[in-house]
Write a protein that binds this ligand. Structure first.
Ligand code: SF4
Ligand SMILES: [Mg+2]
Length: 445
């Protein structure tokens, strides 16, 4: 599988934006290094570069403004075997400057790639800490008067072992990135880019002008430091539990749930249908029973309206790849969820699709079962419909025996909604899904 899954032209960046070039170079460098997607974790935060994770097949983590280094350092400390790459913009670097300083000081071997286009592109071209003097932006129409933030010197004086700066449009960009990825300690590359939507038009920037800018500001391109400082995480952290089975309280012998192989479950509905909670409850029960799970959610920034999708990977062995390539179970609760789902018509024939009775599905070769959302209230709390149906799908497909799921649920479900969730799981275990959309399910007494 390629590391970068999308052609540059199909990425959601403005045509001509440098971000796509950098992503291609990162992907190519990782492939030259022979790394597989499950050996890499890409961490991002805000800005246009923050959407980059969707174009990679590796592990990804998307977090809050300027905090990507904190997540990355945590991931690297727990999983020193992973190549952990931070993709951050100049805006994120400004917001998270303190993290930059202290990560460099601690020397954990994360690789920080700063996609520096001298402005906050996503929010309309406001000036950032790296905007050069005289740079005109939406917030500095007469030009910036401050000195630019020198990202490279900042991390160098704080102990970074590998530091470089280059233009994203230079033919050596890929080599510069690869050298940083190969260095053992904390590495940073300041990649100068073009934001064609905002910074370029008002400042007449171009690939050659980036070189002139570097000379004028005396912020040179090239390798600025490469010293052999071993990565801090090579000393194992004694407080970190490295055995996931032990961390979950389960051992091979002590498993209460037997799961065969890897199962990919996708639940698609609307905001307010408790889709993510339902998947979370099932995931927690399975983990408590000794099974490995990974949950991945998708919902719009509005949170309280639109789609809500939750993906759960379940496996009898530790999960290295958390992506979903060919779901085994797809539960569709609403039109919002159906609209958001891609590739429904190409689901594999062995996939079980469980869809609300009124939804019009495209032709599928997978097995389709139906349920009636309006009558869930007869068997459980209406608000728990998602949990009822996900349970019914797992039981119907024989991924788990109802008595095993119920027993595990009784052991581990807790908190404010414990009773409600248990009722929903009990109802789901009894629910008979139908093949007929006009007569969608039966509920035995
Ligand atoms: S706004 Fe700027 S940084 Fe964002 S995609 Fe467009 S060109 Fe790239
Ligand atoms: Mg920027």
């Amino acid at each position: 599988m390629p590391m970068v899954t999308t052609q540059r032209a199909d990425m959601s960046f403005c045509p001509g934006c440098s971000h796509g070039i950098v992503l291609e170079q990162i992907g190519a460098a990782l492939e030259r290094m022979g790394l597989q997607p499950e050996q890499v974790c890409l961490v991002s935060d805000i800005g246009c570069i923050g959407i980059a994770d969707r174009y990679f097949s590796c592990h990804t983590f998307h977090g809050l403004h300027g905090r990507s280094l904190t997540y990355a350092e945590g991931i690297k400390r727990v999983r020193p075997d992973l190549m952990v790459i931070v993709l951050i913009g100049d805006g994120g670097c400004g917001i998270g400057t303190a993290h930059l300083v202290h990560s460099a000081r601690r020397g954990v071997g994360i690789k920080v790639l700063v996609c520096n286009n001298f402005n906050f592109g996503m929010t309309g071209g406001q000036h950032s800490p790296t905007t050069p003097p005289h740079g005109c932006t939406a917030t500095t129409p007469d030009g910036v008067v401050d000195s630019p933030f020198d990202v490279c010197q900042t991390v160098m004086v704080n102990g970074a072992s590998h530091v470089a700066r280059c233009s994203a449009h230079d033919r050596t960009c890929g080599e510069v990135i690869e050298a940083a990825l190969r260095s053992p300690g904390f590495a940073l590359v300041d990649l100068w880019e073009l934001c064609v939507a905002y910074y370029v038009p008002t400042n007449k920037l171009s690939p050659p002008a980036l070189v002139e800018l570097s000379e004028r500001l005396e912020l040179p391109f090239g390798l600025l430091r490469s010293i052999p400082r071993p990565a801090a995480e090579t000393e194992p952290c004694p407080t970190v539990e490295r055995d996931p089975a032990a961390a979950s309280g389960a051992s091979e012998q002590g498993r209460s749930i037997t799961w065969r192989g890897r199962t990919e479950i996708c639940v698609a509905g609307s905001a307010g249908q408790r889709v993510r909670s339902a998947v979370g409850v099932i995931g927690e029960i399975l983990v408590a029973g000794g099974v490995f799970t990974a949950q991945h959610d998708d919902f719009p920034i509005t949170v309280r309206k639109g789609h809500s999708i939750s993906n759960l990977v379940v496996s009898d062995v530790p999960i290295q790849y958390t992506g979903m390539d060919a779901p085994d179970v797809v539960v569709v609760l609403s039109e919002d969820g159906l609209r958001r789902l891609s590739g429904v018509s190409s689901l594999k024939p062995s996939c079980l699709v469980v869809a609300e009775g009124s939804l019009v599905l495209p032709p599928v070769s997978a097995e389709v079962r139906r349920f009636d959302l309006r009558t869930i209230g007869k068997v459980a709390d209406k608000a728990s419909a998602a949990l009822v149906i996900v349970t019914a799908a797992l039981v119907h497909g024989k991924w788990i025996e109802p008595h095993t799921l119920l027993a595990a649920a009784k052991q581990c479900v807790s908190g404010r909604y414990a009773q409600e969730n248990l009722r929903a799981i009990e109802a789901g275990c009894r629910l008979q899904l139908s093949m007929d959309a006009s007569s969608p399910m039966t509920v035995p007494d």
